[in-house]
Design a protein around this ligand. Structure first.
Ligand code: ATP
Ligand code: MG
Length: 248
């Protein structure tokens, strides 16, 4: 069965989408058959790899998710694009459809051909994030090295625990990733030690440096590995891929 990794943090702008896109491209380039699912109505992951958002949200269509997948420029990478439709997002956030069950069922039955499924979540703890968590086998939480990094995490962890209890033991903590790491700042070191002290071994050794190449790549619809193969950001995301593969 595929490893289904939910990339979530209710805080906005912490590097969820950047991590989803670069990890997806990295894993697929390493030969892993990978699916990237964009659950965020902002559709940043969709445009970040040069794909087109769908008119209607694939979770609300009356057909298997498999039929909504798009190819990408990377041989082993396919995407389930997001949708910007307000009506659809509203329906999903209100939990009107049984999207949680739909997502999990689809991932369990229709996606056997993938080694990895990465889900990019919106910055909220709403229905979409909860549906993603219930459908996943691992949760990866990026944390930005900034002053309020740990704020709101208790709430997030509470929701994760809740899903773990309801989900027949399927969801595990896949890892915590420190992003926008700037070693020249004292604050970065403070956040680093605080997070490692609190979470222990589940924090990835790899940290993602603040690097302008990382922020420029999405405007070209490519990963940082394709955009700037010599950059520190590229090296860090390749290292993260190795760590994710090793944690199997
Ligand atoms: N390592 C990095 N170095 C520099 N800029 C970065 C880095 N990681 C992310 N960014 C930039 O920070 C911003 C937020 O990143 P991203 O969109 O990945 O966060 P997010 O958690 O998905 O946000 P949202 O909660 O809105 O979905 C983007 O402009 C992105 O390009
Ligand atoms: Mg995002």
């Amino acid at each position: 069965m595929a490893r289904i990794i939910c990339i979530a943090n209710q805080k906005g702008g912490v590097g969820k989408t950047t991590t989803a896109v670069n990890l997806a491209v990295g894993l697929s380039t390493a030969g892993e058959r990978t699916l990237l699912i964009d659950l965020d109505p902002q559709c940043n992951a969709t445009s970040g790899i040069g794909a087109t958002p769908s008119e209607a949200h694939p979770l609300l269509l009356d057909k298997p998710l498999r039929e909504s997948l798009q190819d990408t420029s990377w041989e082993n990478l396919r995407i389930l694009p997001g949708s910007r439709s307000f009506v659809d997002v509203d329906r999903l956030e209100r939990g009107e459809s049984s999207d949680s069950a739909v997502l999990r069922q689809n991932l369990d039955t229709g996606m056997a051909s993938f080694d990895f499924v990465l889900i990019d979540c919106p910055p909220s703890l709403g229905q979409l994030t909860q549906a993603a968590l219930s459908a996943s086998t691992e949760v990866l939480m990026p944390i930005q090295c900034e002053y309020y990094a740990m704020e709101g995490l208790t709430q997030m962890i509470h929701v994760i625990r809740d899903v773990m209890q309801r989900g027949q033991g399927r969801l595990t903590f896949g890892g915590i990733l420190l992003t926008m790491y700037d070693p020249s700042l004292e604050l970065t070191h403070e956040v680093d030690s605080e997070v490692r002290e609190f979470f222990g071994d589940i924090v990835f050794d790899t940290v993602i440096p603040r690097d302008v190449a990382v922020s420029e790549a999405p405007s070209h619809g490519i990963s940082v590995m394709d955009y700037a193969p010599r950059s520190r950001g590229c090296r860090a995301y390749l290292e993260l891929c190795m760590e994710v593969l090793e944690r199997d």
